[in-house]
Design a protein around this ligand. Sequence first.
Ligand SMILES: C=C(O[C@@H]1C=C(C(=O)O)C=C[C@H]1O)C(=O)O
Length: 257
Amino acid sequence: AEQSPDSGNVYTLASVREDLVRQEDTIIYGLIERAKFPSNSHTYDEKYAQIQGFCGSLVEFVVKNTEAIQAKAGRYKNPEENAFFPENLPPSIVPSYSFKQFLHPGAASININKSIWKMYFKELLPLLATSGDDGNYAQTAANDLSLLQSISRRIHYGKFVAEVKFRDAPQDYEPLIRAKDKEGLMKLLTFTSVEETVRKRVEKKAVVFGQEVNLNSDDNDNENRKFDPSVASSLYKNWVIPLTKEVQVEYLLRRLD
Ligand SMILES: C=C(O[C@@H]1C=C(C(=O)O)C=C[C@H]1O)C(=O)O
């Protein structure tokens, strides 16, 4: 049967939180996949790449070209998606699905992928990848892109979180928005106990998903972990949660425009 355009597209605080929980799995698997490769620094070296007709590193080459193809295939028609290089993306060439307009139109102008990109290469990657070079630069770049996309999706999901929070209590949010009170908004949208639960669950998932599974029960060896689980908790504590909240504040500031 034909789905109505709105079905599966209704957001509530419970449903957005559930989605964020599911996105944790994607991010943690992304960390595990990237950690399979050593740092492979040539992937990020503009001077190494020397790609004809392209100025930039191999990872930039892969990300820009992949985003262009995905844009043609309609990826960025979904308001949950934000490109890393939104400048000059080609238009979608596929039939369009009518996503429910849930967000305020101001949401489209919020894209903090430049900060996410910097954090990823400067802070996260040095923690995640062991030093070394195995020549798998293209695979490394592909894994970087997929992990970057899942982190970006999680952080920009703050737009949806903010919208449901606003709809649940416009009388509390409106005066702070009118006063452009960033600090007040940050305080109002923060749920410390939820954040703590998120951090603890991520830590646990990182341990569970990253372990070597053996058939002899009880001897899951922690020597052969697929990555250091503390990287996942640092990622959430230092960057994912704070940046999701920053997106929420930015969104709310535009909510009454
Ligand atoms: C995402 C939310 O907003 C804030 C950010 C959180 C996060 O990024 O995990 C958790 C709790 C809130 O402080 C939420 O309320 O669920």
